[in-house]
Design a protein around this ligand. Structure first.
Ligand code: TRP
Length: 382
């Protein structure tokens, strides 16, 4: 679709493949890098900068400064993010959710979490509504296990709560032509018409609390950058409909465990899923590609290259929270003090510990689902 140009990567809301050139996405999508000024703003408002931002996992934005300024002046914003339940959740999916939780805690923000079961049903030929329903119920456990604050979080599942969004969706839909969504999303004449309407369903939560409260309410969307097509379109119609344009903060993708972190949803061996067993974690990480040398001797002599190493990326983007420890790991890789086999063993331990805890929370989530589901009568303080 639209972004296939000079390299072999493809980034659209429905496919992310190959090695991703983030610089190109920033210029192509017209977003802004998180620069020193934004880092200072984070510090000023929250006293720190999250490792997700510091280490460049969340790297790009639109209007973060605008939303921070509003916040400083006492205008509350809400967070909006989502998940299309097309399969099991893996760690790469969790990272933006953990950052969303971080923002929720720091800014005491409301969160609207959209589950686009309609989108996945429409997009994937092989999926049945019943199948998507089961996946949705399963994915809800992952979302809740992240630890969002139940008093400040509402999960809206499209096929179950569409009446809340529908009036907004049709306003959005009426302001957008078929030729626009064709250009933005690469839709073709053979695309089903559900898909061509769907972008207005994903746009709607950006405006839901404005509708509820009867005044424009600022909205910040943390999401991976592949979702940006939706937001450009949403921002284009916001003014016309009397809403604020939603602000975004964009993440990269957690690379896969194979060579160069090339991602493909058809390679379950290269991602760690939230429901993986310890032996799966061990096998997947042991088989991971690394930036190391082919032999121990060469590794000792020349050192490895953490910059191209999925095992190191796992540490950097999530599993090693301590900056000093991370730098030690990097140095030991570079100097050949640390062998890839040893590094893998220590990462396996971290991932197993994380999953043990996560899976416990995931089980506990079964009894909490109702507290989180969107309730139209709930008073949302903004
Ligand atoms: N389209 C997203 C997906 O396929 C789901 C989604 C809906 C979303 N609304 C969102 C993601 C807002 C991030 C932010 O997973």
């Amino acid at each position: 679709m639209a972004n296939r140009e000079t390299d072999n990567s493809e980034v659209t809301p429905w496919t992310v493949e190959g090695e991703v050139d983030y610089d190109r996405l920033v210029s192509q999508f017209g977003t802004r890098y998180i620069d020193d000024q934004i880092l200072e703003y984070f510090k000023k408002l929250t006293g720190e900068v999250s490792f997700f931002v510091r280490r460049g996992f969340f790297f790009s934005h639109r209007d973060l400064d605008w939303i921070f300024k509003k916040y400083e002046r006492g205008e509350r914003f809400y967070l909006y993010t989502g998940r299309g339940p097309s399969g099991r959740v893996h760690i790469g999916h969790l990272l933006p959710w953990y950052f969303t939780k971080y923002l929720q805690d720091k800014f005491k923000a409301q969160l609207l979490f959209q589950v686009t079961d309609d989108e996945k049903y429409l997009y994937r030929d092989e999926l049945t509504l019943q199948g998507v329903r089961e996946m949705t119920d399963d994915n809800l456990l992952d979302i809740i296990a992240v630890g969002f604050d139940a008093r400040r979080t509402q999960i809206l599942i499209d096929t179950r709560g569409i009446h809340e969004l529908y009036p907004i969706s049709i306003k959005v839909a009426k302001a957008i032509t078929l030729s626009t969504v064709k250009a933005v999303f690469g839709f073709e004449d053979s695309t089903n018409i559900g898909m061509t309407f769907f972008p207005s369903v994903q746009a709607a939560p950006s405006f839901l609390y404005s509708e509820k409260l009867g005044r424009p309410v600022p909205c910040l969307i943390p999401a991976a950058i592949d979702q940006d097509n939706f937001w450009r379109m949403t921002r284009d119609v916001a003014d016309k409909l009397g809403y604020y344009k939603p602000a975004q903060v964009h993440s990269k993708f957690l690379p896969a465990l194979n060579k160069e972190g090339k991602m493909s949803s058809s390679l379950p061996e290269t991602a760690v899923y939230t429901t993986d067993k310890p032996k799966d974690v061990e096998r997947k990480i042991k088989n991971a590609f690394t930036g190391g040398q082919p032999t121990v001797e060469e590794q000792r002599k020349k050192g490895g290259n953490p910059q191209i190493c999925p095992v190191f990326w796992y540490e950097q983007y999530f599993f090693e929270k301590d900056d000093r420890r991370l730098e030690e790991i990097r140095q030991s890789c570079l100097t050949g003090r640390l062998l890839c086999g040893e590094h893998k063993i220590s990462l396996v331990t971290k991932v197993k510990d994380f999953l043990e805890d996560f899976q416990r929370k995931r089980e506990q989530a079964r009894t909490k689902v109702n507290e989180f589901l969107y309730d139209p009568d709930r008073q949302v303080v903004l």
